[in-house]
Design a protein around this ligand. Structure first.
Ligand code: SAM
Length: 190
């Protein structure tokens, strides 16, 4: 069963100093080879922990998708404060993404999939919005106790996530950004 949906009232927690130390967005974007001109979809973007660094780095349209309008409003405020104008805000469920086919070179799904009820539907949608050869980076909590993060029973460990992506036609590569947080790069293979 999917974990509880993130409470927008706790949005500030997503931008804590500790989080920037544990999961440095620039290192993650280097690992995912996000470059100038890439069109990136940040799926479950929240208040923009990744959206803002992506928008600065690519200078191209970034699609910030989230089911919670409040999270996108918070992101919009931050983006305006930084003078960024290349973010498109899309209120949408990942199980039915309100973007056209072949929209993005890369998709980031950070700490979201454990909240999504139908992973197969979401991963098929991600494939649809990616351009041919496109890649997704899933960031999630390992299935072991850690100081931060959701309860253990809500987590999807890296091995289970590899299996789910493989079953949905992605080639996978796993890395760890911290002992409790992994990144799974998926390339569409069929
Ligand atoms: C824990 S926050 C992570 C936000 C951001 N990706 C980050 O790393 O800071 C999870 C976000 O996913 C969104 N979310 C949860 N379920 C979703 C769904 N089914 N479709 C789209 N967004 C969803 C929540 O509204 C929330 O903004």
């Amino acid at each position: 069963m999917a974990g509880e949906r993130f409470n927008p009232e706790k949005a500030d927690k997503l931008l804590s100093e500790k989080r920037y130390k544990v999961l440095d967005p620039q290192k993650v974007l280097d690992y995912f080879e996000v470059e100038q001109g890439n069109q990136v979809a940040d799926l479950g973007a929240g208040n923009g922990f990744f959206t803002i660094p992506v928008a600065r780095r690519t200078g191209a349209p970034v699609y910030a998708v989230d089911i919670e309008p409040k999270m996108l409003e918070l992101l919009d405020e931050r983006a305006k404060g930084e003078g960024l104008t290349n973010i498109a805000y899309v209120v949408s469920n990942l199980e039915n993404i309100q973007l056209d086919d072949n929209t993005a070179d890369k998709a980031i799904i950070s700490l979201v999939l454990h909240e999504v009820p139908d992973l197969t539907k979401a991963l098929q949608e991600v494939k649809r919005i990616l351009k041919p050869g496109g890649q997704v980076l899933v960031i999630e909590w390992e299935a072991k106790e850690s100081e931060m993060g959701p309860p253990l029973h809500e987590r999807i460990g890296s091995q289970d996530m590899v299996n789910i992506l493989s079953e949905n036609g992605y080639k996978t590569e796993v890395t760890h950004f911290d002992e409790a947080i992994y990144g799974l790069k998926g390339t569409v293979s069929e």
